[in-house]
Design a protein around this ligand. Structure first.
Ligand code: NAD
Length: 515
């Protein structure tokens, strides 16, 4: 087998030719996306070089001046038009998502639905969250009117992944637009047609100004975007690439938001509804072929419910099937490069005493991975420590839910987690012990469907937030204004300061703040 090297993500690796399905397209000057189910070409676009990226950012800067100066109500109505247009064309978009990722069209449609819900929320709440508001001016500022307002940065660059090529980047793109920024978006090189569809739909809904543009390419185009002078960079992708992106942005002190990967834990307490837990864990682990940043990769079950959970999960998993056809529960691996990583995690688990109750190493096929359930896997196996991003799950027994939480927290990642317990208020208390950005109680991923909730992680899962009020503020710069209404009886910021004023300061320090 001929080996070729290619630059993908942050590193250059030697990869076998048959593992290069998508990235090899970058070597031709054109970016060609292919259907992972058939290998057939889906679309091709010219790769944007550094000069093209700068051109796009320059055009975006002019558009940003127009967009940022619009009355908030006008921006809201343009965004709602975009939302309506996307909703009307949702089936068409789902077909493009399906073609480029290989996921079932119903899953793709749900992704569009989620994105639309967020665009709607961002459009309708931007003015309330970001608009000018008064704040108390305090003892020293009694003569001041103090206000804070969240102003747009100007031009925001967004770099997206391929696993949810609409929902994920739109978490940055729509909130950045709603906050009054123009956006230059570089979709994943695996899903350029999806990115192009989004930009084309925007431009049909809001013609005239390039408020949302798309540029195509891989890591080099992404790096050019980081260096292009954008005012903020929103990155979604792996922790490994995130480190490179941050280093590149550091050259120009460009602020970054990082939405990285995850190794999410799913915790099952003694009082849990085990059937509901099986249903949620199976969907969380195997849905979208396990290619979900906040997917279920580790399950910790309290000892007295462990056997029941494992038996039912095994039965449920045996009924699931990955495949290229419409009847499959999930599709092939979108990125063939991930297949050896998934196989490596299974090997590592089995080599260190883990057991496969469903599937095994042989489940990793040429394009598709059949579901794998692993048990008794040591906590230091790569199957537990590293993001697998495939339809495999590790289920381990814990003595108490507190032990499960401790193990869940023992991770470099901190994206999200789930807790199953019939006692919802205890679930909320347990959630506070988890070192993650989000927690679902008695469900999987439910927080992502609530647009008012912020989403993001810590550690290798990144920092900054998309969604909700925090997501709008993420793409804004707070501006503080203190307007003097009348001359202060006590003026301390002058060389002509009075001795009696300093006496008042000393009294205040002692009697107001010194107690
Ligand atoms: P990736 O890190 O390989 O690539 C992400 C993006 O970065 C792509 O658009 C790529 O072209 C670009 N890129 C690569 N090298 C670059 C460089 N040097 N400079 C600038 N840009 C560069 O990730 P992926 O394989 O596309 O996506 C999967 C990863 O994304 C997983 O780790 C997953 O967990 C994560 N993810 C996170 C979230 C979240 O919201 N936290 C959502 C979806 C996916």
């Amino acid at each position: 087998m001929r080996e070729q090297s290619l630059t993908y993500g942050s590193d250059t690796r030697e990869l076998p030719e048959d593992r290069m399905t998508a990235p090899s397209n970058l070597q031709t000057g054109d970016l060609i996306s292919t259907d992972p189910r058939t290998g057939a070409e889906v679309a091709r676009f010219p790769v944007a070089d550094a000069a093209t990226v700068i051109e796009a950012v320059d055009a975006a800067r002019e558009a940003a001046a127009w967009w940022g100066d619009l009355a908030p109500k006008a921006r809201r109505s343009w965004l709602l038009r975009f939302r309506a247009e996307l909703s009307r064309r949702a089936e068409e978009l789902a077909a493009v998502i399906s073609a480029e990722t290989g996921k079932p069209t119903d899953d793709a449609l749900l992704e569009v639905m989620l994105a639309v819900v967020h665009i709607d929320w961002a459009a309708k709440n931007a003015e309330k969250v970001l608009g000018r508001r008064k704040v108390p001016s305090g003892l020293l500022g009694a003569n001041l009117a103090a206000t804070v307002e969240y102003r747009p940065f100007g031009v925001v660059g967004c770099i997206g992944p391929w696993n949810y090529p609409v929902f994920t980047p739109m978490g940055s793109v729509s909130y950045a637009l709603a906050a009054g920024n123009a956006v230059v978006f570089k979709p994943s090189e695996l899903t350029p047609a999806v990115g192009q569809f989004l930009a084309d739909t925007w431009n049909a809904a809001c013609p005239g100004q390039p408020v949302l543009q798309v540029i195509h390419g891989g890591g080099e185009t992404g790096a050019a975007l980081c260096r292009s002078g954008v005012d903020k960079l929103a990155f979604t992708g792996s922790a490994r690439t995130a480190r490179t992106v941050m280093a590149t942005c550091a050259e120009s002190l460009t602020p970054v938001t990082i939405e990285g990967g995850g190794k999410d834990a799913f915790l099952i307490d003694s009082d849990a509804d085990v059937d509901a837990a099986v249903d949620a864990a199976a969907f969380g682990a195997f849905g979208n072929a396990g290619q979900t940043c906040a997917g279920v990769e580790r399950v910790y079950v309290v000892s007295d419910r462990y056997d029941e959970f494992v038996d039912k999960l095994v039965a449920r998993t045996r009924a699931l099937r990955g495949g290229d056809d419409d009847g499959a529960d999930y599709g092939p691996a979108t990125m063939a490069r991930q297949l050896p990583i998934i196989a490596g995690h299974i090997d590592d688990a089995l080599a260190h005493g883990g057991r496969a109750l469903v599937g095994g190493r042989e489940s990793v096929g040429e394009t598709t991975v059949q579901p794998v359930v692993l048990v008794d896997v040591p906590e230091d196996s790569t199957a537990v420590t590293d993001e697998t991003f495939g339809p495999t799950v590790v289920v381990n027994r814990v003595a108490t839910i507190e032990e499960g939480i401790e193990r869940a927290n023992n991770s470099t990642y901190g994206l999200s987690a789930a807790i199953m317990t019939r006692n919802v208020s205890r679930g909320r208390e347990l959630a506070r012990l988890l070192r993650t950005g989000s927690v679902a109680v008695n469900s999987f991923l439910s927080f992502a469907s609530v647009p008012a909730l912020p989403f993001g992680g810590l550690g290798d899962s990144g920092f900054g937030r998309i969604h909700g009020a925090d997501g709008l503020r993420e793409f804004s710069r707070p501006q503080a204004v203190a307007a003097q209404k009348f001359t202060a009886p006590m003026n301390l910021l002058t060389f002509d300061r009075k001795a009696r004023d300093m006496k008042a300061v000393r009294l205040m320090l002692r009697h107001v703040y010194g107690r």
